[in-house]
Design a protein around this ligand. Structure first.
Ligand code: ADP
Length: 609
């Protein structure tokens, strides 16, 4: 619920028009031709409505009153032609508008996704991905409705209404004036209702995305749900959300449908009045009834477009909320933008130096303080520390996910904030604790490491990562599609795929967040061997969870509450009397017996006296 937690003041009319203007100006160029065709078709269709009304008068007066047989064929032929034209033009108009609408949705979806890819990690810090996706979907459709509504109401309804009103005045000027005096009450009612719609809509979008996000998260975590027998609890939580959303939708319906009885009553009053007056006038003045019939026809035909136009504002309000939520994302300036004149990072060896680095996610809450150390080129630097000590933050800073509060991080002497993010991240291969796999085949997932890698290189990398042997046994080998989260692969297999991805990247720097979950011995050994290969000759910064990793590391950095408290090789650190590392190592080795190489390090915090 955090994306739009700051409730902004609702729209001012000026803001609404400027939003619409912005959307139109951003999109009109693409669709000039389509819009032109749609508007032309609307003009034709409006013309046919006016034409039908116009034909009413001769039809009644000539055919029915004067009983002129020679005109029957001509007039009914003309009426048929009008309907034909109307059918064709309505079709063209509807198809063109739908094409514009679908393309708009596609364009906004692409723009939003590109923006999401550009935005820094700070944007994602407090967001749930499921909710974000749901929110975007709802809002993009809202934008389509908005533009469609504005365009089609203007093109179709406004044009035909003007034609019909012109006809009404032409047939019965005085009566027309009277009818138009009753318009203002409808306008007032609609304005009142629109104000209410805005608040309810924003609530509904938030609620729905909460709901869809919660569903998605629950399904993603289905193993946990089952393991902890949370099924009923989850069902209850979701159904509470569903009911809230249902209630909100009902409320929107109640509020927005309020225009219907109002306009029906007013319209009924107008039409009944016209018939009463017209009937009396025709009888009293012996007028031919043609003009009156034409007038009533125009009035009846005008009712639908007029009603839609009256409701336009209500619908617009709803869509404007969606549009604004989309622009709130599109308008976020990406953080950690490349500096003007940023250069390409050219790592020769891959020495990483932290010099007095301080960092906080939120002002006044320091997470890292005065961090200085060097991760020497080609060597393994292990980071250990209690959870919350700042290890992941430190790894994130090397990738410049966030900007430093003070201090510098340099790679071979180049400050990482002076180089392009692209070149920085191309120099880094990252293996996360959770091996993420994406939509696509097994081969694609390895290729994400370096899109231009050849098939041979991919096979080579997979062999080095001990992944080749299981990949070839999959039904379609490297082309086997991966289920969501790679559900058909074991934990160890997924880890080996993500290691192959890091190998294929062939970057001088490796950032590694060791998996905390224990694998079976066979898998463990293979993953370990794969990691040993990938670390060889690279500058490796590893968040260590395994004893073997720290024992083999060239340097160990012990962190506590955002500071480095001890640093050195394993042999040095265990000599420190009462040192954090030595205390913890004693506990571990006592507990794990001779299983050092694969034992998982336990949280340092739990081992403090
Ligand atoms: P570790 O990896 O050692 O467990 P982290 O680097 O994840 O530690 O976290 C260090 C501290 O920073 C913790 O207190 C954590 O709550 C905080 N923290 C981590 N990520 C964020 C974030 N995105 N926004 C705010 N605080 C964060």
């Amino acid at each position: 619920m955090s994306l739009f937690k700051k409730k902004k003041k609702l729209f001012q009319p000026k803001e609404a028009t400027s939003l619409i203007r912005r959307m139109i100006s951003e999109n009109i160029k693409e669709y000039k031709v389509a819009y032109a065709i749609a508007i032309l078709a609307s003009l034709v269709s409006a013309g046919t409505s006016a034409g039908l009304v116009y034909l009413m008068k001769p039809m009644i007066d000539k055919i029915f009153v004067e009983q002129n047989t020679s005109l029957i064929g001509l007039i009914s032929g003309a009426i048929f032609f009008m309907f034909l034209l109307r059918g064709v033009s309505s079709y063209v108009q509807a198809v063109e508008l739908a094409k514009i609408g679908n393309n708009l949705v596609a364009r906004y979806q692409k723009r939003i996704f590109d923006q999401l890819m550009r935005l820094g990690m700070d944007f994602y810090a407090d967001k749930r991905s499921g909710q974000l996706a749901a929110q975007i979907n709802q809002n993009v459709t809202g934008i389509r409705d908005l533009l469609n509504m504005t365009i089609s109401s203007i093109a179709r309804d406004a044009i035909s209404l003007i034609g019909l009103i012109a006809m009404m005045f032409y047939m019965e000027p005085i009566l027309s004036l009277v009818v138009f005096l009753i318009g203002p009450p409808i306008v007032l009612a609609v304005a009142y209702i629109s104000r209410r719609i805005r608040t309810v809509t924003r609530d509904l979008v938030n609620l729905n995305s909460h709901l869809l996000g919660a569903m998605q998260e629950t399904l993603q975590g289905i193993t946990i749900v089952k393991a902890f027998t949370m099924e009923n609890l989850m069902s209850q939580k979701i159904s509470a959300l569903i009911e809230q959303s249902e209630a909100r939708s009902n409320k929107i319906a109640r509020v927005s449908e309020r225009t219907t009885p109002i306009s029906e009553i007013v319209a009924g009053f107008a039409i009944a009045g016209v018939i009463a007056y017209g009937g009396h006038a025709a009888i009293a003045n012996q007028q031919p009834p043609g003009a009156m019939f034409a007038f009533i026809t125009a009035l009846l035909m005008a009712y639908e477009p007029a009603r839609r136009l009256a409701r336009l504002q209500v619908g617009l309000e709803r869509s404007l909320v969606n549009a604004r939520m989309i622009y709130e994302i599109l308008d976020i300036p990406p953080q950690q933008a490349d500096k003007d004149g940023a250069v390409t990072l050219n790592p020769k060896n891959g020495d990483i130096t932290f010099d007095n680095v301080c960092f906080s996610y939120q002002p006044e809450q320091p997470v890292l303080a005065n961090i200085s150390f060097q991760a020497t080129a080609g060597k393994i630097t292990a980071i250990v520390g209690a959870s919350g000590a700042g290890k992941s933050t430190l790894i994130g800073l090397v990738q410049r996910f966030y900007d430093l509060t003070s201090g510098t991080i340099t790679i071979d002497g180049q400050n990482i904030s002076d180089v392009t993010k692209d070149s920085l991240r191309h120099s880094i291969a990252y293996v996360s604790q959770q091996p993420y796999l994406f939509e696509g085949s097994v081969g694609d997932n390895i290729r994400y490491g370096r899109p231009d890698a050849t098939q041979d290189e991919i096979i080579q990398a997979s062999k080095l990562a001990h992944a080749h042997e299981f990949i070839v046994k999959l039904p379609q080998g490297y082309d086997t599609p991966i289920g969501e989260n790679g559900a058909s692969l074991s934990g160890g297999q997924r880890q080996r795929l993500s290691i192959a991805r890091a190998i294929i990247r062939n970057a001088p720097i490796l950032l590694l967040d060791e998996a905390t979950s224990a694998l079976d011995n066979e898998s463990e050994k293979k993953v370990q061997e794969a990691l040993e290969y990938v670390m060889r000759d690279r500058t490796t910064l590893v968040i260590a969870h395994r004893l073997s990793t720290v024992i083999d590391a060239d340097n160990i950095i012990v962190m506590e509450a955002g500071r480095i408290v001890e640093e050195g090789r394993h042999e040095d650190l265990i000599m420190i009397q009462n040192g954090i590392y030595s205390r913890f190592y004693e506990l571990q080795s006592g507990r794990q017996g001779d299983q050092h190489d694969i034992a998982l390090l336990e949280d340092l915090q739990g081992n403090e006296p």
